[in-house]
Design a protein around this ligand. Structure first.
Ligand SMILES: *Cc1c(COP(=O)(O)O)cnc(C)c1O
Length: 422
């Protein structure tokens, strides 16, 4: 199947007389004929559902669709993108371990890593995604367990050199985790470029309609945990909480990561997406392949308009020829990048605030990447907790305006910007 078809059909094929739309299994529990049947589920000897804190069939249908879209072997939904990124790292790293991460990542992920996960005893080294090979090499330690980056960084719009970071990670025997929220599998499939684990905030383009918060984790199924068994004891040695099964042996390359993540982390943290939300997410994904190109087309026109305006100091959009990441974006995302643009006005921070007050079509919202055009001043919102040095290291200056171009008529969006600038 091509991606357009997967958006509609992957993950669920109704049998004779069954509902054409994925069913919402709004049930906390599942019934079994015997305790022995149930016991097999608890031992991971049989696959099946017993309690929605761990797994739910509606969620799994949508996760299977996303796994197909990303070219992965298994997937799971989480209650948010934050939960997805936390699980993706915590599934393989624990107290005393270390992670190499791109410094240009979403502010929420940066806090998760730099504050909360540090408290759990995991160390992080943040590297400039355009650092030299020597600097990247220096970032690794014997206890490094993964490398992390975003396909297109939110909101710095840095295009991540996936192949390069995958090679570096693999040379050190660890997987590359890529947050593919902004590109979506329509524009980029990180697994094809060497990424091992892909994460999403499904809250953004995948849902696409401001309706549901959610996340997803997809395993590419290629990373050989057993070949680096000493680094990943959680996957390669017996789990006492499941009568001593070894995930990498029992579930193989394609299934070990997601099975462990479900059986341990979802069991213990319970960050499950509600089945109703998974249903809404699926509705969004059905039109993803139509919406994403329209977002890119509109954003391209808005970026070109802004870069020709005399009140605009700078514009960052990887689709603009001359953008620092134009060539890299052409390599990884030949059909377009995303609908998000960053720019600054000549008047700096105060001009940004004045301009945003005058907008009528573009709404001020702590959100990006959905059908509605929205706008945000990160230094006053998502990145408020960061120091000026951290803001600059993260590629988010105090004057930066993040504009998420929706799928309205682009003439209305440009006219709105024009009157507000005037
Ligand atoms: C929004 C976002 C997140 C966090 O996702 P939530 O669904 O808000 O928890 C993570 N990564 C990226 C790139 C994001 O844009």
């Amino acid at each position: 199947m091509e991606r357009e078809t997967m958006c509609i059909q992957a993950g669920y094929s109704p049998k004779n007389g069954e509902s054409r739309m994925i069913p919402i299994i709004q049930s906390t529990t599942f019934k079994y004929d015997t305790s022995e049947d149930m016991g097999k589920l608890f031992d991971l000897e049989a696959s099946g559902y017993f309690y929605t804190r761990l797994q739910n069939p509606t969620n799994d249908m949508v996760a299977a669709k996303l796994a197909a879209l990303e070219g992965g072997t298994a997937g799971m939904l989480t209650s948010s993108g934050q939960a997805a990124n936390f699980f993706s790292v915590f599934n393989i790293a624990t107290c005393g371990d270390h992670i190499v991460s791109a410094s240009t990542i979403y502010g929420g992920t940066f806090n998760l890593f730099n504050v909360t996960m540090r408290k759990m005893g995991i160390e992080f080294t943040f590297v400039d995604p355009d650092c030299s090979d020597e600097e990247l090499e220096k970032a690794f330690r014997p206890n490094t367990k993964a490398v992390f980056g975003e396909t297109i960084a939110n909101p710095a719009l840095v295009v991540f050199d996936i192949e390069r970071f995958a090679k570096a990670a693999h040379a050190h025997g660890v997987p590359l985790i890529v947050d593919n929220t902004f590109a979506t599998p329509i524009n980029c499939r990180p697994i094809e470029w060497g990424a091992d684990i892909v994460t999403h905030s499904t809250t953004k383009y995948l849902d696409g309609h401001d309706a549901t918060v959610g996340g997803a984790i997809i395993d590419g199924g290629k990373f050989d945990w057993m070949a680096h068994a000493d680094k990943f004891p959680g996957l390669t040695t017996p789990d006492a909480s499941y009568h001593g099964i070894t995930y990498a042996e029992k579930f193989g390359l394609g299934g070990a990561f997601i099975t462990k993540c479900t059986a341990q982390l979802m069991r213990d943290f319970g960050s499950i997406q509600a089945p109703m939300n998974a249903f809404l997410l699926n509705l969004g994904i059905e039109s993803l392949a139509v919406r994403v190109p329209r977002h890119c087309e509109n954003a391209q026109k808005v970026a070109e308009y802004l870069s020709g305006h005399d009140k605009v100091a700078w514009v960052t959009y990887p689709g603009l020829p001359g953008d620092k990441y134009y060539e890299r974006a052409k390599k990884y995302m030949p059909n377009g990048t995303c609908g998000v643009i960053s720019f600054g006005l000549k008047g700096g921070r105060s001009a940004a605030e004045a301009f945003m007050k005058k907008l009528k079509v573009a709404m001020i919202a702590t959100h990006v990447a959905d059908a509605h055009t929205c706008i945000l001043h990160p230094a006053n919102s998502t990145h408020r907790q960061l120091t000026d040095e951290e803001l600059i290291a993260g590629g988010v200056g105090p004057d930066l305006i993040r504009l998420s171009v929706g799928i309205e008529n682009v003439n209305d969006i440009i006219a709105d910007i024009e009157q507000a600038l005037a």
